[in-house]
Design a binder for this molecule. Structure first.
Ligand code: HPA
Length: 268
């Protein structure tokens, strides 16, 4: 854990109270409004040196520490993507801070393209696993042996079961599948999508995987959820664009919020 993370955690505690968050929540494109649902203290990333400037529209660059359904949470209203800086470890400091604050769990959310017509826009997918199609890794350059992170059960089976139970209790259909990380920022070609599908992916997006690797490195329990905003390139008739992603994310976001609220009610 860097000294920087400890210092930032101390500053955050001074502003938001010492009670540790149980869980961190990273909000994906078009999902930033969930940060507003938390009763607590909002700290703009601009006040936290080293936090990403979250230059992607559709994100809400602030950290909110407070309660959602009675559970103490740390909500990251925006994330840094590899394609903004060329750094796969751009979320390392925020995740180190989450760990330093005392959280033991990370739930990452994202907007993603679907590789299955039967999982259309507006549906939710729980990640069972991922394919790092980019070949990049946020731990390249990490000098300690801790860099050899096992990724066999990266997406925590018990946490996944709890999220599935929450979805069932809310009457929300929840797909489960493999997410492929594509570096972006250009979208995939239809040939790349056919390749990814052949490799076993069910959804594709430009985030989450580096955060999951970093979170496992830090010993956090991890789950991740995708909101499907389009059928991936070549599979549908929708025009794929960032505008479309932002416009479609709210379709799944309302369900995602209900699912997360239900899950948090049970976390004590
Ligand atoms: N590809 C990559 N990232 C995405 C997509 C997609 O089709 N949709 C939303 N984010």
């Amino acid at each position: 854990m860097s000294k920087n993370a400890e210092a930032l955690a101390a500053e955050i505690r001074a502003r938001a109270g010492a009670e540790p968050p149980k869980l961190g929540l990273i909000l994906g494109s078009g999902l930033g409004h969930l940060a507003e649902a938390v009763e607590g203290v909002a700290i703009p990333y601009a006040d936290l040196p080293g936090f990403p400037h979250a230059g992607v529209s559709g994100h809400n660059p602030k950290l909110v520490i407070g309660r959602l359904e009675g559970t103490r949470v740390a909500v990251f209203g925006g994330r840094a993507h590899y394609y903004e800086s060329g750094r796969a470890d751009a979320m390392r400091l925020p995740l180190e801070v989450l760990k330093a604050l005392g959280a033991d769990t990370l739930i990452a959310t994202n907007a993603a393209g679907s590789l299955h017509p039967e999982m259309p826009t507006g549906e939710l997918m729980l990640l069972s696993d991922h394919i790092n199609f980019s070949g990049l890794n946020p731990l390249i350059g990490e000098p300690t042996d801790a860099r050899f992170v096992p990724m066999t059960a990266a997406y925590d089976p018990a946490l996944r079961a709890a999220l599935k139970a929450a979805a069932t209790a809310e009457g929300i259909g929840l797909h489960e599948g493999v997410y492929a990380w594509y570096s972006g920022p250009s979208f995939e070609t239809p040939a790349e999508i056919r390749a990814i599908r052949t490799l076993g992916a069910d959804a594709v997006g430009m985030s989450t995987v580096p955060e999951v690797i970093l979170a496992r490195f830090l010993g956090l329990r991890v789950a991740a959820l995708s909101t499907i905003t389009n059928l991936a390139a070549g599979l549908g008739t929708e025009a794929i664009s960032h505008e479309h992603t932002k416009a479609m994310a709210p379709l799944g976001a309302a369900k995602l919020e209900r699912l997360l609220r239900r899950h948090l009610q049970k976390m004590e």
